[in-house]
Design a protein around this ligand. Structure first.
Ligand SMILES: Cc1cc2nc3c(=O)[nH]c(=O)nc-3n(C[C@H](O)[C@H](O)[C@H](O)COP(=O)(O)OP(=O)(O)OC[C@H]3O[C@@H](n4cnc5c(N)ncnc54)[C@H](O)[C@@H]3O)c2cc1C
Length: 420
């Protein structure tokens, strides 16, 4: 029997859910106030990487010792705005606890693994279906280090990756030079994860997926969802600022803006924005073969049709604070350390900045599964640093849940109730 499913949010998660729900024969309405694939969404401005190897959360043993530094240095790779600290404290406490032992990290990595596995192939299939297969590439991603000792200092993370199926090639100085001649000679060791991939233009990709969903019968409503009408645990309608939409099911996929909607569906979740930035340099004067993550700068470098994109930074300052563009300047200042071939005197018109909101739970795991107030409402938000990668599999899982099919792996680690 055909059900009417309202998908709230048209980022990568909402887009993938819409397509999988249509495949099951559901009637689908997508509710989104902005342009699908537009700059308001994290799915537009991310680092472009599709890394099944990204199973390590941000929290790590001993991270609490670094918190005073995060407060002191507004331009460090992770910064906390003083003014925001009181509201942030409950999230921060859970964040520190989530990665406090290697065993906890290992459990998180195990939970993320099936969500990220085979991501490049799954996205490639979705992209081909939407007519933009060339946006997904599978050339591998380089993790570049100043020396082997710097790589060995991250031994725990790499062991957990290996335990969860990541395989890699270790490249010494010469091999690295041959593989990636554009990279600075300061990097003398690298790890190439060949199974990792890239979405060359995530905004265009999401826009194409939504166009494909609409061409396949979905309705796109320009509106902002505000809540639900629920009677006897059954969903009756999704409430929006443009009126009610009657529905049998709803999917909450509004990224960092999902907290109030989750509360309206009976779940108080510790969802925060980990604000991130990117810089795009058009015509950078180099042609790197691989996306690169330099070990000494927590950022991702990747070519996109608009130019070289450098994405990164974590800023805990909430959804409403103004961007601190100096943070994007930090990314820009790092470029020539990685690629000395990029001109030093770039004119401002060749540089574009962006800021957006990673939808982040303290343990780096999303919320996936039926809500507490009604099993008809399904959570699909909180993918933090790995939402682009996890998008395709999330769409499939949500369709399985709504169809009542068995899901291929345990959803307990993703429960919206795990922090209560
Ligand atoms: C700098 C940076 C680098 C990143 N790098 C990577 C990477 O390399 N690889 C990776 O896998 N992930 C990466 N990420 C994370 C990834 O981008 C996110 O996890 C992912 O895009 C989240 O997708 P989403 O669909 O949940 O949210 P979003 O893309 O934010 O989409 C949510 C949508 O919901 C809409 N919305 C909001 N409120 C409402 C409402 N009330 N009603 C209806 N619609 C609403 C918004 O307008 C928006 O379009 C990065 C993120 C950042 C910021």
């Amino acid at each position: 029997m055909s059900r009417h499913v309202v998908v709230i949010g048209a980022g990568i998660i909402g887009a993938a859910c819409a397509i999988e729900l249509l495949r099951d024969g559901n009637r689908v309405t997508i509710v989104e106030p902005g342009d699908p694939g537009g700059e308001q969404a994290a799915s537009y401005g991310n680092g472009t990487l599709l890394n099944p190897s990204s199973v390590i959360p941000m929290s790590s043993p001993g991270i609490w010792k670094k918190v005073p530094g995060y407060l002191r240095d507004p331009l460090g790779p992770l910064a906390i705005r003083w003014r925001y600290l009181p509201s942030l404290l409950p999230w921060l406490r859970r964040f520190v606890a989530a990665g406090s032992t290697p065993e906890k990290l290992s459990a998180i990595a195990r939970a993320l693994q099936p969500l990220l596995a085979e991501a490049p192939a799954r996205h490639r299939a979705l992209a081909e279906e939407a007519g933009v297969g060339d946006l997904i590439t599978r050339q591998g991603v380089l993790f570049a280090y100043l020396d082997r000792a710097a790589f060995q200092a991250e031994a725990l993370s790499w062991r957990l990756r290996r335990d969860n199926g990541t395989r890699w090639l270790e490249l010494d100085d010469d091999e690295l030079r041959q593989r990636e001649p554009t990279l600075s000679r300061d990097y003398k060791f690298a790890v190439l994860v060949e199974e990792n991939g890239q979405c060359r233009d995530p905004g265009a990709y999401v826009a194409a997926l939504i166009r494909h969903a609409v061409a396949s019968g979905a309705t796109l409503r320009r509106a902002r969802a505000t809540g639900f009408r629920i009677a006897n645990t059954h969903l009756r309608a999704v409430l929006t600022d443009a009126g009610e939409i009657e529905a049998d099911n709803a999917v909450i996929a509004a990224g960092a803006y999902s907290k109030q909607l989750a509360a309206a569906a009976g779940d108080r979740v510790p969802l925060e924005s980990e604000r991130g930035y990117h810089v795009v340099i058009s015509d950078p004067g180099i042609e790197p073969r691989y996306p690169v993550m330099p070990g000494d700068g927590k950022m991702a470098f990747a070519m996109t049709p608009a130019g070289l994109r450098i994405g990164g930074q974590v800023e805990l300052a909430g959804l409403d604070a103004e961007p601190n563009w100096k943070r994007a300047g930090v990314l820009l200042a790092f470029v020539r350390k990685v690629y000395p071939g990029v001109p030093a005197d770039l004119p401002p018109e060749r540089i574009k900045y962006w800021m957006g909101h990673r939808p982040s739970m303290p343990d780096g795991l999303p919320c996936l599964g039926p809500s507490s107030a009604s099993g008809d409402i399904v959570h699909a938000f909180g993918h933090g640093h790995v939402g682009l990668t996890a998008g395709a599999t999330t769409g499939k899982l949500v369709a399985d849940i709504i169809a009542g099919r068995p899901v291929p792996f345990d959803l307990d680690p993703y429960s919206a109730r795990r922090f209560t």
